[in-house]
Design a protein around this ligand. Structure first.
Ligand code: IPM
Ligand code: MG
Length: 352
């Protein structure tokens, strides 16, 4: 097949991990006979420096014209909270412009990594869950205001927004273990009370055979660590999803290994590792490329419909890690450690 992929590497370790993702994409193209045309475009802080805008028009146009977008990470101390233009604004805008309201963050423990997590291995065995994070609404996108003495961020959700994200969770659950936990703060927030009602109605009426449990976000934060294998599909609003997925990453050993897919109603999607730009290790060649490479697998599966190719990439990651390949973030004490490119090499070698 032919496909156009926009590549927006961004800041910090973004370019380093995306380079490995691109090598994997290129290898998949060659091995399976696909023609992927890749277009790199500036994004985030790098684009602010270049053009004064974290999402310049030609970058957005390239993303809108592509079948899928591969994104690294954005942000850094150079463009901190007090700068007038911030990279994060570009990230929020691209999610909104592409209409990718459903952010899938699968968390699966690779058995070979059970001893490299901060959490006791016996709690982790069998962890296999997926977060469905609402990505284009809520407090991230509400009206903001600031005076000398106060600041406001408005959180809004519409019925239609909750319906469509619940449907994504419902369809996923049907293909998995048929169990959804919806996370909210309905004892305090009006948006959460709406969320709970709508989620309840959609699952009951449209997804018979799928169970739905509601959980308050504080309690969910605890249960996620205490009994993670009880979870299958978790659906939640934008900010709760942001926070809980970083916590959830610890169940898979490291933020560095987790991919994400952001999807809308069409096939086009935005694919990014869930980790950030990690300015502290940027440029050192030690970042873990696995989150990006697994995001490439999600891109192949969800936007290009290439399930076999996606599975081949995932199998290569598992094989490389089973064979002992480790970047610093997932290495057990005393094990030798690979840099970003060497980790990419190990995964490419496993692809054959
Ligand atoms: C994420 C990130 C972003 C978010 C930041 C960088 C704006 O933390 O993708 O989880 O909060 O959505
Ligand atoms: Mg986050």
């Amino acid at each position: 097949m032919k496909a156009k992929i926009a590549v927006i590497a961004g800041d910090g370790i973004g370019p380093e991990v995306v380079a490995e993702g691109v090598r994997v994409l290129t290898r998949v193209g060659r091995k399976f006979g696909h023609e992927f045309s890749l277009e790199a475009a500036p994004f985030g802080g790098a684009a602010i420096d270049l053009a004064g805008d974290p999402l310049p028009k030609h970058t957005l146009d390239a993303c809108l014209a592509a079948d899928a977008v591969l994104l690294g990470a954005i942000g850094g101390p150079k463009w901190g909270p007090s700068s007038p233009v911030r990279p994060e604004q570009g990230l929020l805008r691209i999610r909104r412009e592409l209409g990718v309201y459903a952010n899938l963050r699968p968390i699966k423990l690779l058995p070979a990594l059970r001893d490299s997590s901060a959490i006791k291995p016996e709690i982790l065995d069998g962890v296999d869950l997926v977060f469905v994070r609402e990505l284009t609404g809520g407090i991230y996108f509400g009206e903001k205001s600031r005076t000398a003495t106060q600041a406001t961020d408005v959180c809004t959700y519409t019925v239609a927004e909750v319906e469509r994200i619940t449907r994504v969770a419902g369809r996923l659950a049907q293909a998995r273990r048929r169990k959804i936990v919806s996370i909210d703060k309905s004892n305090v927030l009006e948006t959460s009370r709406l969320w709970r009602e709508v989620a309840e109605r959609v699952v009951k009426s449209e997804f018979p055979g799928v169970s739905l449990e509601h959980m308050l976000v504080d309690s969910a934060a605890m249960h996620l660590i205490r009994r993670p294998t009880d979870f299958d599909v978790i659906v939640t609003e934008n900010m709760f999803g942001d926070i809980l997925t970083d916590e959830g990453a610890m169940l898979a050993s490291s933020l560095g290994v987790l991919p994400s897919a952001s999807l809308g109603d069409g096939r086009r999607g935005l694919y990014e590792p869930i980790h950030g730009s990690a300015p502290d290790i940027a440029g050192k060649g030690i970042a873990n490329p696995v989150g990006t490479i697994l995001s490439v697998a999600l891109l192949l599966r969800h936007s290009l419909g290439l399930g076999t190719e996606a599975a081949a990439v995932e199998a290569a990651v598992t094989a490389a890690i089973d064979a002992g390949a480790r970047t610093a973030d997932i290495a057990e004490k005393g094990r030798s450690v690979l840099g970003t490119t060497a980790m990419g090499d190990a995964i490419l070698a496993a692809m054959g």
